[in-house]
Design a protein around this ligand. Structure first.
Ligand code: HEM
Length: 474
């Protein structure tokens, strides 16, 4: 059993206080010249290339171009440089999704409904794709870490920061600014993850050493970082217009859970005889909220339902080093006596620490409540297809996790009760304990509307304004 270590690396990611969840080095923007034909397809693939029509804009064109693609299987086998392996994985992920989902996209353009996907990957994609995926020890389908998001950014001004306005995607589907803004904002939020990961690890080490002063310092750092991340997250409303989400959404769909599109699965020619199903890329593969849930104790309130099963299943869709980090983190938190860090802080009469923990929980709540508003607008108000890209029935699941956060908030409020606090923590405590019932009412009110046979996503969304918890600053 391992106490959480200071960092976890696979050569590409290095999870710790220096890089957080971002890669150690900027990903390669393009493939080495020996893969020129593959790179050319990716460059010519987006629906829109600076106002010109790319392959995905023209029915069947991507399939014709793949007919002429060499099978790089033997070349790929020889690769040992992690940066090249990652860039190759990203390339085949994009190509496989474009190749299979292009018919669904064309059907959607004509009818507003996603049509059937093509469920065969030809040898020249399947064989090198599965080879690079096994080198990274991940599933051969578009993922969040190595492919669509964290391993797919390039800075516009190389000396600038990781704000979404200074980022572009190395590989794209739609080629429109809403796709770039949407996924680059995930990278933007994660630019602050070094301090988030660092503070989680440092709090646990401080508690192990019974250093209460340091535990308060690092809990405070975690709280302020979550606040900053939430303010960056709200930029989504600007970075990607909600009514343009469908321009690219179809291409990030997974196979598992989306049987209406893929039937029994995708056949990887020349690799496996039977069709395979893997989950799609989704922000649910991001690491910020899952890490905070484990750390803060929210995870112990997760309901026993399908969403929880899905979230745990998604652990296996992360790089192995992130999986190991989560495992050690969970074991470390469980090793403390009682129910997690809230009980340790209580036992040590560390009420300032508990108040920062309450602040962290409230930020997890804001993250999820703002995110629930994204789902209402970007998906529910926008589409007739009820499955999310990860393959989940989104409407009924997401609010459960919000309830879990509120349960832990109420528990921590009960632990702090009337105990003495400093000036800042007392303000945090007053503010949060006075407003928690409003949050519970808002959620109950929304759930009541959702349970009705027919409901309007816009009405559910508008309730946030009534409770003064609207996420959209525009
Ligand atoms: C317009 C923006 C977004 C939309 C439409 C959206 C949509 C969704 C949907 C539909 C799910 C349900 C599960 C699934 O099928 O995978 C989900 C889950 C999730 N998303 Fe997002 N998402 C957005 C932005 C983000 C961002 C920016 C992050 C974090 C950086 C994020 C993190 C998560 C997490 C952690 C879950 C798991 C559920 C939970 O723990 O509460 N999402 N998202």
């Amino acid at each position: 059993m391992g106490f959480v270590k200071k960092n976890y690396s696979d050569g590409f990611f290095n999870v710790g206080d220096k890089y957080g969840f971002l890669p150690k080095k900027a990903p390669l923007e393009t493939l080495p010249n020996r893969y020129k034909k593959l790179q050319n397809i990716l460059d010519d693939m987006p629906v829109n290339i600076n106002g010109k029509s790319g392959y995905l804009d023209q029915p069947g064109k991507i399939h014709d171009s793949v007919d002429d693609l060499p099978n790089y299987f033997d070349n790929v086998k020889e690769e040992s440089n992690i940066m090249i392996i990652q860039a190759l994985f990203r390339s085949y992920c994009f190509l496989a999704s474009a190749y299979t989902l292009e018919p669904s996209f064309q059907h959607f353009r004509k009818t507003g409904y996603y049509g059937k996907a093509k469920n065969i990957l030809p040898k020249q994609i399947a064989q090198p794709f599965v080879e690079v995926a096994s080198k990274l020890d991940v599933y051969p389908w578009l993922d969040y870490h190595y492919a669509y998001s964290l391993g797919n950014f390039k800075k516009i001004d190389k000396s600038g920061d990781h704000k979404w306005t200074n980022l572009d995607m190395c590989v794209r589907f739609s080629g429109k600014p809403d796709e770039v803004g949407f996924i680059m904002l995930h990278v933007d939020i994660n630019q602050h993850s070094p301090s988030l990961v660092g503070s989680v690890i440092n709090v646990l080490h401080a508690l192990k050493e019974d250093n209460q002063k340091d535990s308060v310092k690092f809990l405070k750092e975690n709280y302020y970082t979550m606040k900053l991340m939430n303010s960056r997250r709200k930029e989504m409303w600007k970075a990607s217009r909600w009514n343009h989400y469908n321009d690219f959404r179809i291409f990030i769909m997974g196979v598992k859970g989306n049987e209406e599109l893929f039937g029994k699965g995708v056949v990887y020619q020349g690799v496996w005889d039977k069709p395979k199903q893997f989950r799609g890329q989704t922000g649910a593969q991001d690491d910020i909220i899952p890490m905070e849930d484990i750390f803060s104790g929210v995870i112990k309130h997760y309901p026993k339902n399908e969403l929880t099963k899905y979230l745990i299943d998604l652990r296996s869709y992360r790089p192995k080093c992130v999986q190991q980090f989560f495992k050690d983190l969970e074991e470390t938190v469980n090793e403390f006596e009682g129910e997690g860090i809230s009980d340790v802080l209580f036992k040590k009469k560390n009420f300032d620490g508990l108040s920062y923990l309450l602040g962290i929980l409230e930020e997890i709540y804001h993250f999820r409540n703002g995110h629930w508003q994204f789902v209402q607008k970007y998906i529910m108000a926008n589409t007739k297809y009820s499955k999310a890209t990860g393959g989940t029935p989104i409407i009924s699941w997401l609010p459960n996790q919000m309830k879990a956060v509120m349960n832990e908030m109420n528990y921590v409020i009960s632990l702090i009760n009337n105990n003495p606090l400093n000036k800042e923590t007392s303000l945090i405590f007053q503010d949060i304990s006075n407003s928690i019932s409003k949050k519970v009412d808002l959620l109950d009110h929304q759930l009541k509307l959702i349970q009705k046979k027919s409901f309007s996503a816009n009405k559910i969304y508008d309730l946030n304004k009534k409770y003064n918890l609207s996420d959209n600053p525009n």
